[in-house]
Design a protein around this ligand. Structure first.
Ligand SMILES: *Cc1c(COP(=O)(O)O)cnc(C)c1O
Length: 317
């Protein structure tokens, strides 16, 4: 992209864009898998949300975006003013067709905000190649920084609009603040948050080069995990991300039904093996993320699940 600002969270990046681009009643398109902060950023700007269906595949395509634009125009007589779609959604970690969406957005002349909360800082992202007008990342999601932090980047075309200078004048003092960027309320990130982004940045720049290996490890783990009879993956498979949604209703949850610790038996067993971080007590549908684990730890993790399955007499293929 051409210009960037650090912001206090991805949501503040969305807000700077919605507040610059949307007038009251304007329509913004979001995916039906969109993050709540996108919806709220549209609401706070007075906009109206229309959703792009991700369908049975839970993948948002360029065609679905084009169809939604046509449908919204036909039913409201209005052209959407903004499209916001995440590269990888937070529910499934599925990859959405951001390039196809970028192309459709250009064809219809509607700006496209690429939500990189689950990509920027882990996956190499080139906003211009994708066809994005805005790229938003989250410091505390993908950039190994403390909360609240994030980044908003845009093109030469949109920078003067989203990063415009204040135009206000005090009626008594006649004071003006022409060097303050209005959407950022005159200041970007402050204190420890920006220091943490700076501290992690060299490592973050380096680690995006190893994304394909992270995806390989994710696939290795899921392949092993699926050897346990009844385990299912709800995310697209093979995996293109390290965040996955799994369904263990026909495996670990069967054990939970008669176990005196109920769903906590799985957390107990994992904890006993030094594994923490999953949704404690959950044995139905839950998410896990293998990002950053070494091969040794990935194998250990996979073996731990197989071991627990065998202990409770769940068949392992
Ligand atoms: C967490 C998240 C956000 C919001 O990010 P913040 O930096 O916390 O504002 C936006 N989109 C997705 C997909 C997220 O997971």
């Amino acid at each position: 992209m051409d210009e960037a600002r650090v912001v206090p969270g991805a949501r503040r990046g969305f807000q700077a864009v919605t507040s610059s681009l949307l007038d009251k009643g304007d329509i913004a398109l979001l995916s039906d898998l969109g993050h709540y902060t996108e919806y709220l950023a549209v609401e706070v700007a007075g906009g109206v949300v229309r959703e792009i269906p991700s369908g049975d595949s839970k993948i948002v395509t360029g065609d679905a975006v084009a169809d939604t634009i046509e449908r919204v125009e036909a039913t409201t007589g209005k052209k959407p003013k903004l499209i916001i779609v995440e590269h990888f959604d937070y529910s499934y970690g599925n990859e959405h067709d951001v390039r196809g969406i970028g192309k459709v957005a250009k064809e219809y002349g509607i700006p496209f905000l690429y939500n990189g909360a689950y990509s920027v800082g882990m996956v190499p992202v080139n906003g211009k190649d994708i066809g994005a007008d805005f790229v938003v990342g989250s410091g505390h999601k993908g950039m190994a920084a403390v909360a609240p932090s994030g980044i908003l980047a845009t093109t030469e075309e949109w920078a003067p609009i989203v990063f415009r200078m204040a135009d206000v004048t005090g009626d008594i003092s006649a004071r003006r603040f022409e060097h303050k960027e209005t959407e950022l309320l005159g200041c970007t990130l402050m204190g420890g948050t920006i220091i943490s982004m700076m501290a992690s940045f060299p490592r973050v720049k380096e680690r995006v080069k190893h994304w394909s290996e992270e995806v390989e490890k994710s696939n290795y783990f899921i392949r092993e995990f699926l050897r346990i009879a009844g385990n299912k993956i709800m995310s697209e498979y093979p995996r293109k991300h390290t965040l996955s949604r799994v369904d263990t209703r026909n495996s670990f949850d069967k054990v939970a039904r008669t176990h005196k610790r109920r769903g906590f038996f799985l957390s107990d067993e994992l904890k006993r093996r030094g594994i923490i971080g999953e949704f404690e007590g959950s044995t139905r549908v839950w998410k896990l993320n293998t990002y950053g684990l070494s091969w040794e730890r990935i194998r250990y993790l996979a073996d731990a699940f197989l071991d627990i399955a065998r202990k409770y007499k769940l068949p392992v293929g």
